[in-house]
Design a protein around this ligand. Structure first.
Ligand code: C5P
Length: 358
């Protein structure tokens, strides 16, 4: 039925009459009331449609009241109710979000600009680096050289949990919620055994660097964040000969991990996260912040757990009894406050969902 036909019906006194408008009322006045009612209905419906489509949380009521499916008004970027990139997006987010920089290194994007290479080598001031190009070449003879996760589509709704190591996970009971997501990313020394109720038990990706490395099972992706050329040499060695035992501290010489599932965090992406998302605050981003941006670039829906310092500004860990043992005093080389504020801003803009624990 066309809109014009409806207008005609409602505004013509001969075709349709409403009982709620008294017949004694003069005809022009009745006509005006009908027209007003019609316009009111159209505006209300359009507002609902617009707000729901643009995901105004105040209208989530409709979704639950009428049991509307997640993707009823999906706009096409992905199959979730909200997608990471939306057509009418927040300007702060769109200015920063750059899908053309891939988070993972392949031989295709491994070549670094002079600027990036200098910045990257400066991070941990490597004094006598090996030949980067030769190391990368050797690396991709040991691990797969594949561009994973460049598969966003209107059919995909990839849900991810980024699990930081904060003590606020203790007693949170988030385990089942974390385990229910498609991708579960943990980091550094994070254990799950004994903490399942709060942190879950599944891990699809474990992010680490040589000095924070742990053994993994055969089904988990090891995501290495390299801070120097030696870190790339370390992963080759740790998966094969075990000859590298020391970086700036003693490191695990052999790691238990499926070498066909090893992924390397791209130095170009690393610099992009630091400059674009942190406005160059701190010396470099924390593992948690780098992981969060990795997730934002490969997932459609990101839930964040285990982020947040304690009341003294220390990064305590959920597995530590004495919560100051091993905690960074005021987050070390990272600007923990700035990172946390950006994380909260992302949540505020509905790009991620934050679970703050206890
Ligand atoms: O301490 P660690 O670096 O292993 O923790 C992993 C990440 O979890 C950190 O890089 C940080 O982003 C986050 N974290 C946090 N608050 C804490 C502990 C860790 O936000 N109390």
């Amino acid at each position: 039925m066309s809109l014009f036909w409806s207008v005609e019906l409602l505004t013509s006194p001969n075709k349709l009459d409403f009982d709620i408008i008294p017949h004694a009322m003069p005809l022009p006045k009745r006509k005006r009331i009908r027209t007003f009612m019609l316009l009111f209905c159209i505006v209300t419906f359009a507002t609902f449609l617009f707000s729901y489509t643009f995901r105004d949380p105040s209208l989530y009521f409709f979704k639950y009241a009428f049991r509307l499916p997640d993707n009823l008004f999906s706009k096409g970027a992905c199959a979730c109710r909200r997608c990471m990139a939306e057509p009418e997006d927040d300007p702060w987010f769109t200015e920063r979000f750059n899908l053309s920089i891939h988070p993972l290194m392949t031989s295709g994007n491994s070549l670094l600009s002079d600027d990036t290479f200098k910045w990257w080598q400066w991070l941990q001031a490597e004094s006598h680096p090996a030949n980067y190009t030769e190391v990368v070449e050797e690396l991709f003879q040991v691990i797969p050289d594949e561009a994973l996760y460049a598969d966003g589509s209107p059919e995909r709704c990839r849900t991810c949990a980024v699990v930081g190591n904060s003590g606020n996970l203790k007693g949170s009971q988030y385990g089942d919620l974390i385990d229910s997501t498609d991708i579960i990313i943990r980091m550094n020394q994070a254990p799950t055994a004994g903490f399942e109720e709060d942190v879950g038990s599944r891990t699809t990706h474990h992010v680490m660097y040589p000095e924070s490395s742990v053994d993994l099972d055969n089904t988990t992706h090891l995501v290495l964040i390299p801070f120097k050329t030696l870190d790339l040499q370390w992963i080759i060695s740790a998966l094969t000969t075990g000859t590298i035992k020391h970086t700036y501290v003693p490191v695990t010489s052999r790691i238990k991990a499926n070498k066909d599932m090893v992924l390397i965090y791209s130095p170009t992406f690393f610099k992009y996260v630091y400059e674009t998302w942190l406005d160059s605050h701190g010396r470099y981003p924390s593992t948690g912040f780098l992981t969060l941006l990795f997730a934002i670039h490969i997932c459609d829906k990101v839930s964040v757990f285990g982020f947040g310092a304690d009341q003294f500004g220390n990064w305590h860990h959920y597995w530590e009894e004495n919560h100051l043992a091993g905690a960074f005093r005021h987050t070390g080389v990272h600007d923990g406050d700035y990172e946390y504020n950006v994380t909260l801003l992302l949540a505020d803009k509905h790009k991620i969902q934050m679970f703050k624990g206890r």
